[in-house]
Design a protein around this ligand. Structure first.
Ligand code: AMP
Length: 425
């Protein structure tokens, strides 16, 4: 026998029926983005390696340890995207979209990071991402956060919004110096891993999950106390807008996030139900300066990404997965040869009405069909037997209530819609 294969380590196959609820979560995020004026954009899954090295930052874990980088047959260094922002900004620069006005885009798809796989941390994972470029007005910061607020509200999942300001190139250098002096003052007490981080980017010591590091840095200086006037005014305006829109947040002065490009407004949504190391369902922030770093015009921007896999995990654990719109509303069963053509017609009518309808295509006993329909999660089974045909009816079985009613053929669509609770009106 030939060798059988498995999905590569850290990757997962998404199979039905679980894949249906996952696609629904993605659809909800895309829809909220659409309602807020974000338009779809698609960029390649791989980019010139330098796009990420320069965009995400040479000193980040993502660039140093986690990128899937390869040379193609033409000798180019390419990298599977570890995140969406850098590629989107590259595309907007390339197509001259950053010269005037505001550009709001949304995209989704797989990301690749060579991480240690565990629950909620994979090597291939999916994100849905929104980006708004061309304005540094606090109102746009509030706008991107509000999209997430509405998504989590619709998903009915309790999350905490962590919010901070990371300052900007005017005020952050002084803070960096102060933090570095504090960390150096700790000397050998600081674990080697933290000292190594301090050399690369001292801010990243603050979001290490190591309890000893947390204790040692409990009194570390905070960016919040070093904000320049412009950053402070921006931060206050964003908070006022969020509060006005009914958004609650928790002050998170130690929130750094793993990517180097963030300035000013930075945020993350956490789910209480997941393990602390993987509880971030989504996050992002402002990245004024990224366009210039990628050779583009000055163009401030802000965006964030929803981690689809983790959000689905959190919804599953909370027992709140959205209803699966791919589930069958009606399995139509022709029991005699004369019922095959009317059954096909009924399936067509149900589908035209926006209901998910199908035929069995395989030979089974009636009992076997019923079991298969229950296993597939069908909401109704529409039975066309000899007696029903003669009476111009179908027997419609409600698979949840487990009762069965004779329904005139021309009323089957309405009846199924009532029982299944879906379809177009
Ligand atoms: P980031 O691009 O690092 O800002 O991450 C945004 C979101 O993507 C996070 O909040 C997670 O939900 C998700 N995410 C990041 N890395 C992974 C991963 N390795 N596996 C699964 N989800 C991830």
């Amino acid at each position: 026998m030939s060798r059988r294969f498995e999905a590569p380590k850290g990757t997962f196959d998404q199979l039905p029926p679980a894949s249906g609820s996952r696609a629904e979560v993605e659809r909800i995020m895309l829809e909220q983005a659409r309602l807020a004026g974000y338009q779809p954009i698609e960029t390649p899954i791989f980019e010139d390696t330098a796009v990420f090295a320069r965009g995400v930052g040479e000193a980040t874990d993502v660039v140093q340890k986690e990128m899937y980088t390869f040379s193609d047959k033409g000798g180019r260094s390419l990298t599977l995207r570890p995140e969406l922002t850098a590629g989107v900004v590259r595309a907007l620069i390339e197509h001259g979209r950053l010269t005037t006005g505001l550009t709001k885009v949304v995209c989704s798809g797989p990301q690749f990071r060579y991480e240690r796989p565990q629950a909620g941390r994979q090597r291939q994972f999916s994100q849905v991402d929104i980006e708004a470029m061309g304005s540094d007005a606090p109102a746009i910061d509030a706008d991107v956060v509000l999209v997430g607020h509405e998504v989590f509200r619709r998903l009915e999942i309790p999350v905490t919004l962590l919010l901070t300001s990371l300052g900007d190139p005017v005020c952050r250098p002084a803070y960096r110096e102060a933090l570095l002096a504090f960390l150096n003052g700790l000397g050998d007490k600081l674990p080697a891993a933290a000292r190594a981080r301090a050399e690369q980017n001292p801010l990243r010591v603050l979001d290490m999950k190591d309890p000893l590091v947390e204790e040692l840095t409990a009194e570390a200086p905070l960016m919040r106390d070093f904000l320049c006037g412009a950053c402070k005014a921006h931060d206050e305006a964003v908070r006022e807008l969020l509060a006005g829109a009914g958004v609650e947040w928790v002050e998170a002065p130690r929130l750094v996030r793993g990517l180097d490009y963030y300035v000013r407004t930075t945020f993350e949504w956490q789910a209480g139900s997941l393990d602390a190391a993987q509880n971030a369902l989504g996050g992002g922030g402002r990245y004024d300066g990224l366009s210039e770093a990628l050779g583009g015009p000055p163009a401030p921007g802000i965006g964030w990404a929803l981690g689809l896999d983790r959000t689905v995990l959190a919804l599953e654990q909370a027992g709140r997965l959205p209803a699966d719109p791919w589930r069958l509303d009606a399995l139509v069963l022709p029991l005699v040869p004369a019922a095959v053509v009317p059954a096909q017609g009924l399936v067509r009518d149900l589908r035209r009405a926006g209901l998910v309808a199908d035929l069995p295509y395989v030979e089974r006993t009636l009992n076997g069909h019923m079991k298969a329909a229950a296993k597939a999660g069908a909401r109704t089974v529409v039975i066309l037997g000899e007696q029903e045909l003669a009476a111009g009816q179908a027997a419609v079985r409600d698979m949840t209530a487990r009762d069965q009613l004779p329904v005139p053929l021309d009323q089957v669509v309405d009846h199924v819609r009532r029982v299944a609770g879906g379809g177009a009106p």
